[in-house]
Write a protein that binds this ligand. Sequence first.
Ligand code: SAM
Ligand code: DTB
Ligand code: SF4
Length: 330
Amino acid sequence: MPQETQAHTVEFKRLTPHPESGAYSLDAVAELFELPFNDLVFRAQTVHRQYFDANKVQLSTLLSVKTGGCSEDCGYCSQSARHDTGLEKAALMNADEVIDAARIAKENGASRFCMGAAWRGPKTKDLAEVKKMIAGVKALGMETCATFGMLKEGQAEELRDSGLDYYNHNLDTSPENYANIVTSHSYQDRLDTLGKVRKAGLSVCSGGIVGLGETRRDRIGLIAQLANLEPQPDSVPINNLVKIEGTPLEEGEAIDWTEFVRMIAVARITMPKSFVRLSAGRQQMPEAMQALCFMAGANSIFYGDKLLTTGNPDVSRDRRLFAKLDIQPL
Ligand code: SAM
Ligand code: DTB
Ligand code: SF4
């Protein structure tokens, strides 16, 4: 092989899951993070093209259907009743208002509508309204997603029967780091809910946040947890911490942009058939960084000018970015 060609050949062989179990060890994930940046992004883009059209990105719109006053103490969250973030609480919205918002999201081009509630988990008294909103959004012809916290036995089936397609429940960080961020529920609680969601036959959306003050080893641990879920999550949101005044994490140092792109690339390589969503934090991200995330295999975004309680690039800005990158919505 001529010298020049050799120089461009990337050695991929060792960086694979365990040949028999298919599981990703922490060391195998760490090796991916340690690849030279260009080799990692190239590999991620190569894997991406095996399963997806590299010029298509899926659009999900979020709506907070019940805001603030949450009993949980997640250190990053504007909606925890334990932090003084100045957020105005709001009761559960009625189904008609939610369906109207979904209709607008659909007109703007979103294919999935994700309803979020600041709950430890849904209460029985709230389920009737929630099921009505899910059914109404589904009837618009959109994919439906909900993120309502921990589920009790039978609730996933109830949500499924009302028309729910996806349930979002993030592992957020490594098992070792979880108690530094949240103490009011455990990592095992999160895994148990994911098990119930899967058992009910719902599609699983699960990812995490970076920029919490975690180490790279924690990021590796999060990826290994997600990649070793059986089956792997259908969607994997990767959030860059949006710093919220009044939360314990308001003053931490953001991770370097290269580390964020690495996180996306490693998620793509280890979960080749999953949608990897470039999630919270896009408003603070330069366009070139977002473009690199797409190059590294991100193929989904939150679309619309609001996430749950914080801002997101508005629709016209995202349309301009997509036009520059020749990306089409899926
Ligand atoms: N209460 C439910 C729960 O905790 O699963 C659903 C809503 S919760 C806001 C959904 C996810 O949003 C969290 O798991 C976290 O990954 C993400 N998130 C929340 N606040 C964030 C922030 N300030 N920056 C980035 N991501 C955030
Ligand atoms: C996910 O992983 N990120 C979304 C969604 N799933 C529910 C939420 C992001 C929240 C960002 C902070 C806020 O707007 O409150
Ligand atoms: Fe509550 Fe979810 Fe926020 Fe945690 S992340 S405080 S559970 S809304």
